[in-house]
Design a protein around this ligand. Structure first.
Ligand code: C2E
Ligand code: MG
Ligand code: MG
Ligand code: MG
Length: 291
């Protein structure tokens, strides 16, 4: 951490403190530069959504897609969302970025619907900051209204951290969106500040088991127990449960044995650019995926 680094630098004397300050300055400048670049990224056409399939474990049908943002920086190449979403949240850009994600996803759903290819639901990730700023229900309704898709074709993935910011407003917004017909799902379930009473009040449709539990559930009994418990909890509340980050068939079989509803992960496909996702949807028609 920065504190630990500072402590170490102080302990080593002035030379390393100077190095440390230099390093801090470089990082701060780097961050500012990235922020400035991100501000123009949308207008320069550097952003795209990729789509990752979700498959039902019982029928083998492709039941959903998750839209994931991609930023192709002209000099840095692909910048992963984990390297710029937090930055966009801190500088407020996430609201504009989030609007773009909603509009783009809804247009794509419309396009696939017209082609007879749209899956039941397409999910977009919503930041806790988008929710706490207010205006999310309006933004979602605008995107749905402009494209004429059905509200239940859109699923919003929220993380448990939303309860940390402007809880009342966030709760109200989610209730309004749910009443409008949009689907709600809790992302990375089990990693955040989960409170079962929030879960009950919110009436989400779906839980996504975080991939950190899925990754080594076959070797780690503790993680297997968590996965099992989340599936049982979700089902007892009438929710759909999907596992994220499923990379091989052994994991999928194990999950099917636990009555998990669906899987998403590299075993099925990586997130794909829209045209390839469309081809995937077309090729999948009827074929199914069996584990
Ligand atoms: P997430 O919503 O939990 O998305 C799942 C992440 O896991 C994605 O990373 C996906 O590419 C990756 N993944 C999927 N299957 C596998 C697998 O089998 N193995 C492994 N190792 N990874 C897998 P990605 O696209 O880099 O996104 C990272 C995070 O960034 C997302 O986590 C989400 O929190 C955030 N994010 C992405 N797009 C958006 C967006 O449009 N808006 C907001 N607010 N956040 C976004
Ligand atoms: Mg997600
Ligand atoms: Mg997740
Ligand atoms: Mg995540």
């Amino acid at each position: 951490s920065a504190d630990a680094a500072l402590h170490q630098a102080k302990a080593k004397g002035h030379g390393s403190l100077r190095f440390f300050s230099h390093e801090m300055g470089r990082r701060a400048r780097d961050r500012l530069a990235l922020e400035a670049d991100l501000r123009g990224a949308r207008a320069r056409g550097e952003l795209a959504l990729h789509y990752q399939p979700q498959v039902d474990l019982r029928s083998g049908a492709l039941v959903g897609l998750e839209a994931l943002i991609r930023w192709h920086h002209p000099a840095r190449g692909n910048v992963p969302p984990n390297d710029f979403i937090a930055l966009a949240e801190e500088c407020g850009l996430i609201v504009e970025l989030g609007d773009w994600v909603l509009q783009t996803a809804c247009r794509q759903i419309r396009y696939w619907s017209d082609a007879g290819l749209a899956p039941r639901h397409t999910a977009v990730n919503i930041s806790a900051v988008q929710l706490s700023r207010g205006g999310l229900p309006e933004a979602v309704k605008r995107a749905i209204g402009a494209t004429g898709i059905r509200p239940d074709q859109l699923e919003l993935e929220i993380t448990e951290s939303f309860v940390m910011l402007e809880r009342e407003l966030s709760f109200q917004s989610l209730a309004e969106l749910r009443a409008f017909g949009v689907r709600l799902s809790i992302d990375d379930f089990g990693t955040g500040y989960s409170s079962l009473s929030y879960l009950q009040q919110l009436k989400v449709h779906k839980l996504k088991i975080d991939m950190s539990f899925v990754r080594d559930m076959l070797k780690n009994a503790g993680n297997a127990a968590i996965v099992k418990a989340v599936i049982a909890l979700g089902h007892s509340m009438g929710l759909e449960v999907i596992a994220e980050g499923v990379e091989d068939v052994e994991q999928a079989r194990f999950l099917r044995g636990l009555d998990c509803d669906a899987v998403q992960g590299y075993m099925i496909s990586k997130p794909l650019p829209a045209p390839e996702a469309g081809a995937f949807l077309a090729g999948f028609g009827g074929a199914g995926f069996s584990v």
